[in-house]
Design a protein around this ligand. Sequence first.
Ligand SMILES: Cc1cc2nc3c(=O)[nH]c(=O)nc-3n(C[C@H](O)[C@H](O)[C@H](O)COP(=O)(O)O)c2cc1C
Length: 211
Amino acid sequence: MGRSFAQIAFTPLVKEEQTKHGSRFQYERMQKLSNPGDTLTEYEREFILSRDSFYLATVSETGWPYIQHRGGEPGFLHVIDDRTLGFADYRGNRQYISLGNLEHDDRVALFLMDYPSRTRLKILGRAEIHEGASAQKWIEDLSEPKVRKLVERAIVIRVEAFDWNCQQHITPRFTEEQVVEVVAPLRERLARLEEENKRLEAKLARLSVAG
Ligand SMILES: Cc1cc2nc3c(=O)[nH]c(=O)nc-3n(C[C@H](O)[C@H](O)[C@H](O)COP(=O)(O)O)c2cc1C
């Protein structure tokens, strides 16, 4: 865990709970010894660029936490540099809940899951909304070439901290594409066996006619 993540996430009440439950000493030590952890390394970059979805948490002006799923082709969440992420915001159901929340508070939490490897990454940052004529460059840079939907705005996230979590309690799940790839050799083997079975049945039929 990077120091920046602990500085943000370990609020006074969180620290009180850690003290009450006996983990404060360990985390204080970890916090002191750790590196800042506010710049993405090649490892985070690769992980982020291979995601086809993430969850975006915002906070409303009435204090409610809110989470929305964002999805696209791998790479739709761009790593602009080691402290900056960005994605194109397409026209959707036009509820604009995340957008409204960001008007009030630019802080976001991103939750990225890789189910096959049971890995998760949490990112904390501040979101900038780029809309209108002045946002054209951002919109061009962040739009996915294959997607033919109206990009309403670009959302740029300035990363302040991140943390990886352990693999516990994550059930491995696979996309349809990943399943197709894994079962392809089995399908081929099945097809070969079916052919062989047909040939053997025909041979058997010929033998029983001859007999
Ligand atoms: C027609 C349509 C297309 C959508 N396309 C996407 C999409 O490509 N990626 C995505 O993350 N969400 C997509 N969504 C979901 C929304 O854009 C959703 O409105 C957006 O995430 C904002 O949600 P919020 O108001 O809860 O913040 C789509 C929704 C609709 C109705």
